[in-house]
Each structure stands twice: as structure tokens, then as C-alpha cells.
Design a protein around this ligand. Structure first.
Ligand SMILES: Cc1cc2nc3c(=O)[nH]c(=O)nc-3n(C[C@H](O)[C@H](O)[C@H](O)COP(=O)(O)OP(=O)(O)OC[C@H]3O[C@@H](n4cnc5c(N)ncnc54)[C@H](O)[C@@H]3O)c2cc1C
Length: 481
């Protein structure tokens, strides 16, 4: 008999959360703390979504998306999770850039960027201050027609080198480009500039383990290997879900799955207005990524002067299409020293590159394996520039592609950061279409990344809590049929 992953689950909950990415986890925890009954359903055998890790023989543990987030994570983790989680967040102090235009090391905060822009890039202090103030002053209600490229042109006309310094890390951090609205750049850039780049000490496995413990303390019913097939709707109201052959009822459902698959597959077009569907169909997905994971032999050390994060490129200019091309010219290396996992003797390197799903999707199995091998080889070649004896030190190397991310998280086209800007309005409008139906997860660039996803989970949990309180008073339950 196959194992029943829903054994003991109730027939009805106040809210069902589909997906255990950081937004889903945080929404479930926040809502359960208000006293609502919550069922969390994850299709994979691990919680975390993109916030994940994997192990390989020899005791190597690789983190997938633990490269850096803004200081705001400390406050969010303290408020919505635990003091222990917040206390494990530490700063990465050495961020490096190396490209044909410049090489530099920075702590990646406003003070140090001001110094660099004034001393190295010869911009007046007044102009730098005006730029920072404009970026920090941006909010969602601002003019959304100005692009990031136009913002840079206004403050630093013709300065391709400055655009590269300011844009390259943010493209890496949330997939935004020069063609995206300036606000999606400004908010994320300002978040980082407030204090720099931070990481979680102990690795993603420790973070997700601590979160799982806290979910159980909050009373969330957590279930893995539960693949939700459909979200059920009854007379314009959400009624529950179909999962692993069972129907489970709920007053509210929060989907943390990809926004487009939530609307178009799990619910189905017949439940929406035509104009909403048009908007949902037009939402663009964000790009995906390739990564190469490299573990050094036990006890082999890396020189910490390599930095924590290195934005490396051989392309003469910063261009979106070059960043996405399979002919890779830009790589961001994360160097993990033993201090990442206190007590370990391991050093690891993860190289990340933005990528397009379609470049990998159609390959035959053989061509796909060959391409992954090429990616590993060309990455080792490129890394040799910074660690000349990398091949002698190496114990294990392998690659992931957009297909890998799609496989493990079900994101359409393996999108690493959900959707482009317009996804946010569609995500927010869901409950106007179907009462009790919500989405929380990477959308609109701003609500993506570890901090954005987590904070979006809180915003949506609060909406759901208010709605549940109101609907409890006003209307009878819809039945899950
Ligand atoms: C290579 C890479 C590097 C990154 N680096 C960083 C970084 O350095 N800093 C940073 O802040 N962010 C980074 N990110 C982005 C960040 O990891 C994500 O934005 C964030 O973790 C997404 O969280 P989420 O809540 O949107 O959900 P996701 O992580 O997308 O999770 C969604 C979950 O829903 C589940 N699911 C889907 N469909 C179903 C279904 N039908 N039934 C049940 N479950 C379902 C999936 O299995 C998954 O667990 C990176 C992402 C990638 C891919």
C-alpha cells in the first residue's frame, strides 16, 4: 500500500496553503498564530520551495538560493518566525565586481557606494545623493512607466560603467532588467543599500528545519508529498482543494504555486471574468537560472580574499540579452567558507547565471546531459581565473538548469523569481474574482526573493485573517463538492 501522506488530516480547515515556499510557510505560520486552523500542502518531499538545499556523498551540502538578502530579513524573521532564526542572520562583508570596465570590492551599502561613485567613478556627491534619495523614495503607487534604464540615464547619462555597478547585482537578485519599471529596481536596490547583504548562518537546511518546528508549535498541519490537483470553487467562493485523491474543504485557500498555473490550471478559466483572464494570460514570467555547484575536498580551504559574492563578467558592456545567453559571459559566484556552517571543514562554490527556459527545454536527454557537462567544464575554466588550482581541490561538481527548477518547484518555465511587474496586480485581484481565494509568492519582482516572498506571505495572511473573521459573521460555508 502506498503511504497516505494525508493520514489523520481533517476534512475541513479555515485555510489551506498550497506550497511551502517562503511565502507559503510564512503565510501559514502567521495565520495559524491568529488561531485559524491551517493545512499546508507541499508536493515535494521537502519544505522550502526555492529556499532549498541538497546533499551529495562525502558530506557535501549545497544551498540553492542562499546567496544574499537585505537586512530587513532580520526584522521579518524576528516578528513572523523566531528570535533564534533572526539571530542567525549575518552580514556578508566582501562583495566583489570584476569585469572589463572595473574591478572593486565593497560592503554594498549606501555609504560605501557613495564613496565608490564619488572617488572611483568621479560623480559629484550631490548627484549621488539625489540618485539614492530618488531610489529610496519610490513606492508602488509611483509612476510605473519610467524604466530603470531611463532612471539611470537621468542621473548618470552615458555612464555604462555606473549602470553596470548599480544594475548587475539587482538583475541577479530579482531578475529585473533595464527595461523593467524603475520602481522594481529602486525598492530592491534601496533595501540592499540600507545595510548591505546578509545570509543565514547554518545553511538553508537549518533555516527550514527551524521554520518547520515553529509551524508545528503554531499548530499548522504540515503535509509533504501532497500535490494539489484543483482548487474547488462553488458559486463564486472557494470551497477547498483536491489533493492525493481526497477533497478537503476550506473557507480560504492561499496558493503559493506559480501565479499563472494557479489561475489557468488549478482553478480553470471558466471561473474568471474575461478581462481578468486576459490580464492573467498576459503576465510575463521572470527568467530562470543555471547553477554549477562545486565542493572542495574536505579540509581544502579557499582564501577569503575571494570575497563572499563575486559578480564576474567578460562582456564589454552590461546587456540583458548577454546575461541570458547560453553563451555565458557573466557568472555570479557565491563562496561558502566553513563559517557558513559553523563546525564544518567545507568550502563550496556555487556559480549562478540567468538563463532562458526555452534554451534548455527542447534538448534530447543526451544533448541535455552533454550541455550540462559543458556548463560545468566552462564554469571550472572561468573560475580558474580566480582559483587557479580549482580542479585539484575539487571533490564534486554538477549543474542545474531551468528544467531542474521547473521539475522541483513546478514553476512554469522554471522561473526563479515568479513573474514580471504586472503579476502583482493579478495576484492581488484574485479574491475579487473568487471570494476566499488568495495568492502569495514571487510576483512583480518586488515580492520576490527571500525577503519579498516572506513579507508578501504576511500581507496575504493578514488579508485572509480579516476575510475569515468577516465571512464567519456574514455567510454560511460553501461546500467542497
Ligand atoms: C538559483 C536561484 C537563486 C536565488 N538566489 C536568491 C538570493 O540569493 N536571494 C534571494 O532573496 N532570493 C533568491 N532567489 C529567489 C528566491 O529563492 C525565491 O524568490 C523565493 O524563495 C520564492 O519563494 P516563494 O514563496 O515565491 O515560493 P517558491 O519557492 O517558488 O515555492 C513554491 C512552492 O509551491 C510548491 N507547489 C507548486 N505547485 C504545487 C501544488 N500543485 N501542490 C503543492 N505544492 C505545490 C512547490 O513545490 C514549492 O515548494 C533565488 C532563486 C533561484 C532559483
Amino acid at each position: 500500500m502506498p503511504k497516505d501522506f494525508l493520514q489523520g488530516a481533517r476534512d475541513h480547515y479555515d485555510c489551506i496553503v498550497i506550497g511551502s515556499g517562503l511565502a507559503g510557510l510564512t503565510a501559514a505560520n502567521t495565520l495559524a498564530r491568529t488561531g485559524q486552523s491551517v493545512l499546508l500542502l507541499e508536493q515535494h518531499y521537502k519544505l522550502g520551495g526555492m529556499a532549498t538545499w541538497f546533499k551529495r556523498p562525502g558530506g557535501h551540502i549545497f544551498d540553492i538560493s542562499l546567496h544574499g538578502f537585505p537586512v530587513g530579513m532580520i526584522k521579518s524573521c524576528r516578528r513572523y518566525w523566531t528570535q533564534e532564526i533572526a539571530d542567525s542572520i549575518v552580514q556578508l562583508k566582501n562583495i566583489r565586481f570584476d569585469n572589463p570596465m572595473f574591478s572593486l570590492t565593497t560592503t554594498f551599502n549606501r555609504e560605501d557606494f557613495t564613496r565608490l561613485l564619488v572617488e572611483k567613478f568621479q560623480v559629484s556627491a550631490e548627484r549621488v545623493q539625489a540618485f539614492f534619495d530618488t531610489a529610496r523614495g519610490m513606492n508602488f503607487y509611483d509612476d510605473q512607466s519610467t524604466t530603470a534604464g531611463e532612471l539611470f540615464e537621468r542621473f548618470f547619462p552615458g555612464r555604462e560603467d555606473i549602470i553596470r555597478l548599480l544594475m548587475e547585482p539587482i538583475t541577479y537578485a530579482n531578475g529585473s532588467t533595464l527595461e523593467d519599471p524603475a520602481i522594481s529596481y529602486g525598492i530592491v536596490f534601496s533595501n540592499f543599500m540600507s545595510k548591505g547583504v546578509f545570509t543565514f548562518e547554518g545553511g538553508t537546511d537549518r533555516l527550514i528545519h527551524l521554520m518547520h518546528e515553529e509551524l508545528l508549535r503554531s499548530g499548522v498541519d504540515v503535509r509533504i508529498k501532497c500535490d494539489v490537483q484543483r482548487i474547488l470553487v462553488n458559486r463564486g467562493r472557494v470551497a477547498g482543494v483536491q489533493v492525493n485523491g481526497r477533497t478537503i474543504g476550506a473557507r480560504a485557500v492561499i496558493s503559493n504555486a506559480n501565479l499563472k498555473s494557479t489561475v489557468l490550471k488549478m482553478i480553470g478559466p471558466e471561473h474568471f471574468d474575461r478581462s481578468f483572464l486576459d490580464e492573467a494570460e498576459a503576465v510575463r514570467l521572470n527568467n530562470s537560472s543555471c547553477q554549477v555547484y562545486m565542493a572542495l575536498r574536505p579540509g581544502e580551504m579557499l582564501d577569503e580574499s575571494l570575497g563572499d559574492l563575486l559578480f564576474s563578467s567578460t562582456a564589454p558592456l552590461f546587456r540583458t540579452d548577454l546575461l541570458l545567453s547560453r553563451d555565458v559571459t557573466s557568472r555570479t559566484y557565491s563562496f561558502y567558507y566553513p563559517r557558513t556552517r559553523p563546525g564544518s571543514d567545507r568550502c563550496l562554490v556555487v556559480s549562478s547565471t540567468n538563463a532562458r527556459y526555452e534554451d534548455w527545454a527542447g534538448l534530447s536527454d543526451e544533448a541535455y546531459e552533454d550541455s550540462k557537462r559543458d556548463l560545468v567544464e566552462s564554469t571550472l575554466e572561468a573560475l580558474g581565473r580566480y582559483i587557479p588550482d580549482i580542479r585539484q581541490k575539487l571533490d564534486h561538481a554538477e549543474a542545474s538548469t531551468p528544467r531542474t527548477f521547473r521539475h522541483y518547484t513546478r514553476h512554469l518555465q522554471g522561473a526563479s523569481f515568479g513573474t514580471k511587474f504586472e503579476g502583482l496586480a493579478v495576484s492581488r485581484a484574485l479574491p475579487e474574482q473568487i471570494a476566499g481565494l488568495y495568492h502569495a509568492g514571487s510576483v512583480g519582482i518586488i515580492m520576490s526573493g527571500w525577503l519579498g516572498a516572506m513579507n508578501y506571505g504576511v500581507i496575504v495572511a493578514n488579508d485572509v485573517d480579516s476575510w475569515l473573521m468577516k465571512s464567519n459573521r456574514q455567510t454560511p460555508l460553501a461546500t467542497a463538492t
